[in-house]
Design a protein around this ligand. Structure first.
Ligand code: HEM
Length: 393
């Protein structure tokens, strides 16, 4: 393989307001430049832009390590040491086994009825109102309720959880103003979680199970709190954004909504397409453990790469006509849940929530008419702050 003498590089700031407001044209330009593009705005950081290369990197943890490397600043990387997201095997696998005992598709299936009923109740109440804000009134309600109930957390943290989860995600970015603001907020969450003992979590809940196995797994209280923090925050903004993005997309594409209403069997495919089209997590980083050649470009060992899931999902080399929203596409291989050993541990739960909401909405609502959406800017998760909706039933 020939190695390019001058690797492609760009001075774009992927974490600036302008890019976060509309990242797709920038991603398209970066994809054209190469599969690996050095980012001049950051120190020894490359963007991985194309589907195949992102997936290959995410599937090779020995070369693309997560160990204190998933964030783009030292504060978050130091905090993530020993966490499920920020570690490699064998420690990662031990933590993951504890969460997967509760989050595997088989374990999670038993809560399907509970989630379906919660979605029905929620959508019934909104239909009665006729107008609502799809972010706080719809998208936020189900994930917050489900995650709190399943983890068995005491109510005292509920009011702050969305703010904490938002901060937890944004601090994966480089040390910009958003990250700095997030860093101020995070200690509040750990302070609250740190006060929790096993008996504060509902018996039989997912949260309690972490403490139940702590002795045999050799976890101290601090490690239990770290796992709890991942449980709570990982399932929050991600699922909330997926649901609000779905409403925005179906308001914009009424023909696609008609297709889902006419054939509810399309719901799983439609949810995959929502996730592909608007990746709730735009990017996470890794550190290369040795010099590695990506698409003819040498990335030196020790540098970081940003896996641009949001760009891979729009890669024309993998998805024909990628900027078209098509509920029949069923892109089961999208990158929105990542890939490899860190692939989203909560995806079965996210799908149950997403499918339940789409089903409940499609059974009752013929059209969404939306007002001006307000985008919420976060360094790594992409979603809305507000989406006024008027419905036709
Ligand atoms: C639509 C909703 C969701 C999206 C888009 C999403 C996305 C992601 C992504 C991109 C990763 C990293 C994957 C990688 O690096 O390869 C991840 C990891 C993770 N997610 Fe999710 N997630 C969602 C919902 C949830 C839910 C509901 C939970 C649990 C309550 C959850 C728990 C986790 C955990 C524990 C990890 C870390 C896994 C590991 O490092 O082994 N997620 N998720």
């Amino acid at each position: 393989m020939t190695i390019a003498s001058a690797p492609p590089h760009s001075d774009v700031d992927l974490f600036s307001d302008e890019v976060l407001l509309d990242p797709y044209p920038v991603y398209a330009r970066l994809r054209e430049m190469g599969a690996a593009v050095r980012l001049d705005a950051l120190d020894r950081v490359w963007a991985l832009t194309r589907y195949d290369h992102i997936r290959a990197a995410d599937g090779d943890w020995q070369t693309f390590s997560s160990d204190a490397s998933v964030g783009l600043n030292e504060v978050i990387n130091a905090r993530l040491v020993g966490s499920i997201l920020g570690s490699d095997p064998p420690w990662h696998d031990k933590l993951r086994a504890v969460l997967m005992a509760q989050l595997s598709p088989r374990s999670i299936r038993r809560i399907t009825d509970y989630v379906e009923e919660a979605a029905d109740r929620l959508v019934d109440s909104l239909v009665e109102r006729g107008r609502f804000d799809a972010v706080p009134d719809l998208a936020t309600v189900l994930p917050l309720t489900v995650v709190f109930d399943l983890i068995g957390l005491p109510e005292s943290g509920r009011g702050n959880m969305i703010r904490w989860a938002d901060a937890m995600f944004t601090i994966f970015g480089p040390l910009n103003d958003r990250t700095r603001a997030g860093v101020q907020i995070i200690p509040e969450m750990y302070e609250w979680l740190g006060t929790l003992q096993a008996e504060d979590l509902r018996p039989g809940s997912m949260g309690r199970s972490i403490f139940d196995v702590a002795g045999e797994q050799g976890f101290d209280h601090h490690q239990c709190v770290k796992l709890l923090a991942t449980y709570v925050t990982a399932g929050m903004d991600t699922t909330i954004n997926a649901i609000s993005n779905a409403v925005a997309l179906f308001a914009e594409h009424p023909d696609q909504w008609d297709a889902v209403r006419a054939d509810p069997g399309l719901i799983p495919s439609a949810f995959n397409e929502v996730l592909r089209y608007e990746s709730p997590v735009l990017a996470f980083a890794r550190r290369v453990t040795r010099d590695v050649v990506i698409d003819g470009v040498e990335v030196p060992g020790g540098d970081q790469v940003v896996l641009l899931f949001g760009s891979g999902n729009r890669d024309e080399r993998h998805y024909p006509d990628p900027d078209r929203f098509d509920v029949r596409r069923n892109p089961v291989d999208h990158l929105s849940f990542g890939y490899g050993i860190h692939t989203c541990a909560g995806q079965a739960l996210a799908r149950i929530e997403g499918h339940a909401i789409l089903r409940a909405l499609s059974e009752r609502i013929r059209r969404f008419h939306t007002g001006e959406p307000k985008r919420h800017l976060n360094n790594v998760v992409r979603g809305l702050e507000s989406l006024p909706v008027e419905i036709e039933t």
